[in-house]
Design a protein. Structure first.
Length: 294
């Protein structure tokens, strides 16, 4: 069994198509198929069911995928540890981010590559529920998100910033002049909300349930940029983290009264692992950038 075969197998499993996987790996489909067949022969089991042009993992294949990912992640950690030992700030740094951090992250995505040109950044946007398993599976090196428990034994959590859920409206909205609003004032306002699974939406639902407040929700969307574009047109309001609204010049952020609307964000990494030097540098730069806001 070779690492090359494991890499080919994982790509094929994730794509569900040998042709697409081969293109991504810059090899021929016949080469990929041959390596998968050799792997199946060595393991004496079928890893894929071939269904037309697509492939689907067998039960053995599903078990193999879990272990193959683990092996490849460990090899990557080993390579990175050796490079770090040699003082090389190179390689790929994988950062998971929730959508509220876009405005915060953009300045660093400009300055960091100039300072560390050997580091290639890969940014993954998703909800916390999607990012945390990727971090624990070593598919990500750092996650920037809001996290409520703060007690995970497998995580290192560095406090970053406090921010609030706010009501965002167009400058032309009837409530745009309000300095703040009581929670009761949210009733009857035509709302667009992020779909459930977004960090701010789940946090919002907890508060509304606690106060027995129902909202007039006309639209739910899983794209924050489109959501804010509709809010900007004037009729709709939304409830989002204030950092997601930053940079929208025609949108007003109105605080909702009460400290319960405040949240703490974190830089999260795996505990008991050898951190990449590039990850350490990135965290240092991010903390330096936000020092005045903390």
């Amino acid at each position: 069994m070779e690492l090359r075969q494991l890499k080919y197998f994982v790509h094929a499993a994730e794509k569900g198509n040998f042709t697409a996987a081969a293109e991504e790996l810059y090899i021929t489909q016949s080469t990929l198929s041959q390596q998968i067949m050799q792997l199946e022969a060595e393991l004496n089991t079928h890893l894929f069911d071939r269904i037309g042009r697509r492939v689907r993992l067998t039960e053995s294949g599903q078990v193999m995928l879990e272990h193959a990912r683990f092996v490849l992640a460990e090899v990557d950690k080993t390579r990175q540890a050796i490079e770090d030992l040699q003082g090389m700030l190179t390689g790929e740094l994988r950062i998971g981010v929730t959508y509220a951090f876009t405005a915060l992250l953009l300045p660093l995505l400009t300055s960091f590559p100039k300072k560390y040109p050997g580091i290639r950044l890969r940014i993954v946007y998703a909800s916390p529920d999607e990012l945390m398993p990727k971090l624990l599976a070593a598919d990500l090196d750092i996650v920037l998100t809001f996290h409520t428990s703060g007690q995970d034994d497998a995580l290192n959590m560095v406090p970053l910033l406090k921010s609030r859920i706010v009501m965002a409206v167009s400058k032309n909205h009837r409530l745009a002049s309000a300095k703040s609003l009581p929670i009761e004032a949210l009733k009857g306002v035509d709302m667009i909300l992020a779909t459930r699974g977004y960090s701010s939406r789940d946090f919002l639902d907890e508060i509304l349930f606690k106060h027995n407040i129902g909202l007039s929700v006309g639209i739910e969307m899983n794209d924050v940029h489109s959501l804010l574009s509709l809010v900007e047109k004037g009729h709709w309001a939304t409830l989002l983290n204030e950092r997601a609204v930053a940079g929208w010049k025609n949108i007003v952020a109105i605080p909702v009264k009460g400290k319960e609307w405040e949240r703490r964000s974190y830089i999260i990494t795996q505990k008991n692992t050898h951190p990449k030097k590039s990850a350490v540098r990135f965290m240092e730069e991010l903390l330096k950038q936000t020092a005045n806001e903390r």
